[in-house]
Design a binder for this molecule. Structure first.
Ligand code: SF4
Ligand code: MG
Length: 341
């Protein structure tokens, strides 16, 4: 049981609303539309895609903060998607979420102490004084003073608030932490500190992470494996080194070409791939390959009519891509149609 988390064919379809009325006859927004992936115990899985691709909904559905409409989620061999009541509550304790600005969604009139012991109250029968001590210990663990307990969320900077959010997630001693854009709201210098903190906690407690981001650069150094989502589906997945060296799906190639090269001395000779158009509506995804309306490598007919399967590329174990032309792209036999050099 090397894999702590196994997600199989997960679906979250929302009925479309007409104004305020849910009308099931209009159709469904397929926010997550059949995603399967595995996360090795103690590793970090980076999940990347534009806003609206379903990555946050995926994270929420794994934790059952959102009800999946199909598929299964297995945590440490237990099918979490089949649980309810007390058993679900027990399982939830082992999975925690860290948000972009984790304290923003919480009641600003509550002190840090009361925000932090709130998740414990549900799960932990120990006396209040012990819960407070646990909260203070967690603050120290993330590099915050114990005195922060008496303060309020608005008294802290974004980076400090994220530390407190991480402490709050750690208080239940989880196995799996899903971090949704954990550093997107922070300055670059603070981003590195928060990433380092996450890495330190992972080593110390053997945590397993899913880190969700809209940017491939953010998850590059923290991830062991990376998945790229587009319109509710996983379009490419590989070990991090392999994915950054040999991106094969045109969407990944486009995202990758948007990452600036950090060293100004190094000439950037990569091709810039521009994505045409906006993200299509997940209520009415394009036929065939969902990326075909924006793909610079698109070939007539096949791309528009046949759905490409997510499949392993020969000679690249563990590298899965859903593109009809992945081998040709790998061999350099097809060129993007309109790129800027
Ligand atoms: Fe582009 Fe066609 Fe590959 Fe889809 S299947 S990513 S449209 S080349
Ligand atoms: Mg999001």
């Amino acid at each position: 049981r090397d894999d702590l988390l196994v997600v199989d064919d997960l679906k979250v379809h929302f009925p479309i609303k007409k104004g305020l009325v849910v009308d099931r006859t209009v159709g469904h927004v397929k926010a997550v539309d059949g995603v399967s992936l595995r996360v090795r115990r103690g590793s970090t899985y980076g999940l990347v895609g534009e806003s609206g691709c379903g990555k946050s909904t995926f994270g929420r559905a794994v934790l059952r903060l959102e009800e999946p409409t199909g598929g299964t989620v297995t945590l440490d061999g237990v099918d979490v998607s089949a649980l309810s009541g007390e058993k679900l509550r027990q399982a939830r304790r082992r999975m925690q979420m860290v948000f972009q600005d984790p304290l923003a969604s919480l009641d600003p009139r509550q002190s840090v102490q009361s925000l932090m012991i709130e998740p414990l109250r549900v799960h932990d029968p120990r006396p209040q004084a012990e819960l407070i001590k646990r909260a203070a210990d967690m603050l120290e663990l993330v590099g915050m003073p114990r005195s922060a307990l008496a303060k309020y969320p608005h008294e802290f900077s974004g980076g400090q608030r994220q530390r407190i959010g991480i402490a709050r997630a750690m208080i239940l001693n989880p196995d799996l932490v899903i971090a949704d854009e954990p550093v997107s709201a922070l300055d670059v210098s603070v981003q590195a500190q928060v990433i380092n903190l996450l890495e330190r906690l992972q080593k110390e407690f053997g945590l397993t992470y899913v880190v969700i981001a809209h940017d491939l650069a953010v998850v590059r150094h923290i991830s062991d494996r990376v998945g790229v989502m587009y319109l509710g589906r996983l379009v490419e997945e590989a070990d991090a080194d392999e994915l950054y060296q040999t991106p094969l799906h045109p969407y990944t190639i486009a995202l990758m070409s948007a990452i600036p090269i950090p060293d100004p001395e190094v000439e950037d000779r990569r091709e810039r791939i521009l994505l045409r158009g906006d993200l299509p509506s997940p209520a009415n995804p394009p036929s065939g390959c969902r990326f075909h309306t924006r793909c610079p490598y698109r070939q007539p007919t096949l791309c528009d009519t046949e759905v490409p399967e997510l499949r392993v590329i020969e000679g690249h174990p563990g590298h899965r891509v859903s593109c009809h032309w992945a081998e040709s792209i790998l061999a350099g036999r097809v060129e993007p149609a309109d790129s800027l050099v």
